[in-house]
Design a protein around this ligand. Structure first.
Ligand SMILES: N[C@@H](CCC(=O)N[C@@H](CS)C(=O)NCC(=O)O)C(=O)O
Length: 208
């Protein structure tokens, strides 16, 4: 099997399982015990010097960073379906929201939760309230970020939003709840959640 995902169900690799289920290609999961620090071992560090999950390999290609993995998979295996065709102007909106997740939502939510002191004009993620307003507008313009069409940008942005809602780093507004509900109805997300839950059970982590 050419696609291998280094995975732990408690990590962002869980979102990559959702990506792979949306794409529908065969893949193998390699469990990395992050509680035992296996992500800092030689095998993982050779692939990702950050010593972090997720890591996806596809033949000789090594991809890290959730957003990069999603964009890679969609272009390689679902171009014109989960990512707009290369000459489609919708690609601008697609990249905009896909990259908003790691460049604004992740650091912006962390800065707020950890009480970081910073200048909003200098920090790329700006101020928390503007971030929330921007996100609410993005998820309310249609069912999905591209309007009627679901795309990999929804997995990247939506996966980050779901994570932030779960850990109460973003408060559940009606717009966020409605959007998260539309995502939860996707059979691919349900299959991914079932896979992650089965691994948790198998490894006795479902009670933690
Ligand atoms: N920027 C990375 C974040 C990766 C990350 O922080 N992964 C966490 C799990 S969700 C991890 O591996 N933590 C263990 C560690 O840092 O030792 C991405 O988007 O993939």
């Amino acid at each position: 099997m050419s696609i291998v995902l280094y995975h732990h169900p408690f990590s962002r690799a869980a979102t990559v399982v959702w990506m792979l289920e949306e794409i529908g290609v065969p893949y193998e999961l390699k469990h990395v015990d992050i509680m035992a620090g296996e992500q800092k071992g030689a095998e993982l560090v050779a692939l990702n010097p950050m010593g972090k999950l997720p890591v996806l390999t596809d033949g000789d290609a090594v991809v890290t960073e959730v957003a990069a993995i999603g964009l890679y998979l969609a272009d390689r295996y679902a171009l014109g379906k989960l990512s707009p065709a290369t000459d489609d102007p919708k690609r601008g909106t697609y990249f905009r929201w896909a990259l908003f997740a790691p460049s604004v939502i992740e650091p912006g939510s962390m800065a707020k939760a950890a009480g970081w002191a910073f200048k909003t004009g200098q920090a790329g993620w700006g101020d928390y309230e503007s971030m929330l307003t921007t996100m609410e507008k993005a998820v309310s313009a249609g069912d999905y970020l591209l309007g009627d069409t679901f795309s990999m940008a929804d997995v990247i942005f939506g996966g980050t939003l779901r994570y932030m809602l779960q850990f109460k780093m973003i408060e559940a507004s009606s717009a966020f709840t409605a959007y998260a509900g539309r995502l939860s109805a996707r059979p691919a997300l349900q299959r991914a959640e079932a896979k992650n839950a089965a691994i948790l059970k198998e490894r006795g982590l479902d009670k933690t």
